[in-house]
Design a protein. Structure first.
Lengths: 340, 276
């Protein structure tokens, strides 16, 4: 195991930072926020941690903590600024944010190392620490998919109007999405620069958005499991495809295209559908054995023989009256308003 | 039991403080007066109905009450306090629940989880903190609140807990929506065409369910096209046409009101009927 780890250390580290980067885009998507700001936060995290260690001699963990807080605050401010946007307009605004971070990095002079970036960022940061921090972040994201919070996130994404009627402040959740995205992106960037010891403008460009989106599209956008699957595939695939040389770009593109067309919910969606199918089969078998619930031909629930329909404290069903002028209205009520 | 006999079981609350008051409420979209100067009062323990032809402003009125549509003028008072500036998301905390004209369930959640969203809203409004057991439940994917069990029992959804919305008929999905609203344990329940897409048996079941909830003091406002169901279910009916209230009172009297019949059927039809 340790032999495998030492041989593939860079790939393991890249998988972890890639996973957090993918989550920084996926978490807002799960809340219906089409934001790529996580890539910009990755840049801030990478340069922030690098500058703190290189210029101000911070330790690795304090540098990471500070940059994560900073990127979360930047995420909040960005959210406050563009929270009213939605869909493509929101996506474009966040892409613009990412590009601004790149431009600042290039034009940051001595502080950011300008176009050559920062080198020699040596810190006391180990792969084990990186694994622990990633697992903590992953656990928090996984928790957000369960219980009350998970249901509320689902509601905010699927139906904001329903969410409001269920007492959920959609605006607050959207802002939380920006904060979480900022923190995750910042953590990914900070950890990556501390294990690589270098960062340049090319490391934080538009390619990050493409990489994160690819991981989510193929892995699945609805769960952290999808991000893990995507991160593993697209970190290790280029290495495995090295034998076919320049053709690997083609294979890479075909995989993304096939996933986008035939797996709209990604590999995780296929797995989830499989689990649901098995659950349904088991449930049907149990129901058939017990003979309890079934829907009648009209789709209604068929109550057991002789059971009262009203439930506790219920009022018995009123019988329909005989000829009644309202019956004519009843028939015609669903028609468009007649001209009067 | 006859309809008249069923009416005798109803809990009348004359003089009780109104749950909701609308004073001269108007919602205009440019030149279109979707709701125009509606004044009405909803009392606790009573089922109120709104009837009217398509486009008469019934659903817009519900949207105005739930603050999803901005008022052009007028006042909304919940328990005597104005709610004109209250955010839609705060209404659930004030005891207002609703169902929608079209079924709006979350497709990736089971029936149990969909209904639990209503109980979540209630718990959040009550500021209930999680117990240690609650946290354990959460780690396992969330427990089921007693309110959810009760709501599913009342709507006869036992056995459907682990179904997904796509696996059920439209009528059963409607029941899940109603169960979700019941799980909020509201004081005011707004139901926008709750029996649309249901067969007669299911409609009768929903009618009986709404009547059973009245005895607990719940104030209900029902929008429906099925006039017979309104007669069988409601204590008080408001009739709307072109954004205005044109009649109100006991259900049977309202549907026989010439203005209401004219609104539904047109003046020519009435003249034709009178001539025969």
């Amino acid at each position: 195991m340790s032999g495998f780890l030492s041989t593939n250390l860079v790939l393991v580290q890249s998988t972890l930072s890639g996973l957090l980067l993918a989550l920084s885009i996926q978490v807002p998507l799960r809340m219906g926020v089409f934001s790529f700001a996580g890539a910009g936060s990755y840049g801030i995290g990478a340069y922030g941690a690098g500058i703190l260690v290189l210029r101000y001699e911070y330790g690795a963990l304090p540098a990471i903590a500070l940059t994560v807080v900073a990127t979360a605050v930047v995420g909040l401010l960005l959210g406050l600024l563009i929270n009213r946007l939605a869909g493509l307009y929101l996506a474009m605004a966040t892409v613009a944010f990412d590009l601004i971070i790149s431009v600042v990095a290039i034009n940051g002079g001595e502080l950011t190392g300008a176009s050559t970036g920062l080198y020699g960022i040596i810190a006391d940061f180990t792969t084990a620490q990186m694994v622990v921090l990633t697992l903590v972040a992953l656990a928090l994201v996984a928790l957000s998919e369960r219980g009350r919070l998970g249901r509320r996130v689902e509601t905010v994404r699927e139906d904001p109007e329903l969410a409001a009627s269920m007492g959920i402040s959609v605006r607050r959740y959207r802002l939380a999405a920006f904060v979480a995205s900022g923190a995750l992106g910042g953590l990914a960037g900070a950890m990556n620069v501390l294990v690589r010891s270098t960062v340049g403008p090319l490391d934080i460009g538009f390619g990050l958005i493409v990489l994160a989106l690819t991981m989510i599209v193929v892995g699945g956008s609805r769960s952290w499991v999808g991000a893990v699957i995507g991160a593993v595939i697209f970190t290790w695939l280029p290495d495995l495809l090295a034998v076919i040389g320049e053709w690997q770009e083609l294979v890479y593109g075909v995989i993304v295209a096939v996933a986008a067309i035939y797996l709209p919910r990604g590999i995780h969606g296929v797995l989830a559908d499989g689990v649901r199918w098995v659950q349904r089969k088991r449930r049907d078998r149990r129901a058939a054995a017990a003979g309890v619930v079934e829907e009648d031909e009209d789709g209604g629930v068929r109550p057991p023989e002789g059971e009262d329909l009203t439930g506790e404290g219920g009022v018995p069903l009123p019988a329909r009256a005989g000829p009644d002028p309202a019956h004519a209205l009843d028939q015609l009520a669903a028609r468009p308003q007649a001209g009067s | 039991m006859s309809t008249a006999a069923a009416h005798t079981d109803r809990v009348d609350a004359p003089g009780a403080a109104p749950v909701l008051e609308l004073r001269d409420v108007a919602v205009h979209f440019g030149g279109v007066k979707a709701v125009d100067g509606v004044t009405l009062t909803l009392e606790p323990g009573r089922i109120h109905g709104i009837i009217g032809p398509n486009g008469s402003g019934k659903s817009t009125l519900i949207a105005a009450i739930t603050r999803l549509t901005r008022l052009t003028r007028g006042e909304l008072l919940l328990d005597g306090k104005p709610i004109d500036d209250v955010a839609p998301s705060r209404l659930a905390g004030l005891g207002v629940a609703r169902t929608f004209q079209t079924v709006r369930l979350l497709p990736d959640l089971t029936v149990r989880a969909n209904v639990q969203i209503g109980a979540d809203a209630r718990a959040a409004a009550a500021g209930q903190r999680r117990t240690r057991r609650g946290w354990r439940d959460r780690l396992r994917g969330g427990g089921t609140s007693p309110a959810v069990v009760e709501a599913m029992r009342r709507t006869r959804l036992e056995g459907f807990e682990d179904f997904y919305p796509a696996e059920m008929s439209y009528g059963t999905q409607r029941r899940v929506e109603i169960a979700r609203a019941i799980a909020m344990q509201p004081r005011l329940l707004l139901l926008d065409e709750p029996t649309a897409g249901m067969n007669q048996t299911e409609r009768a079941e929903i009618s009986a369910l709404l009547q059973s909830m009245r005895s607990a003091g719940l104030c209900q406002l029902l929008v429906e096209h099925d006039v017979q169901m309104m007669i069988d279910t409601c204590d008080h009916v408001f009739a709307m046409n072109s954004g205005r209230l044109i009649a109100e009172g006991a259900p049977r009297e309202v549907v026989q009101d010439p203005r209401v019949q004219e609104a539904y059927l047109g003046r020519r039809w009435r003249e034709h009927a009178r001539g025969q």
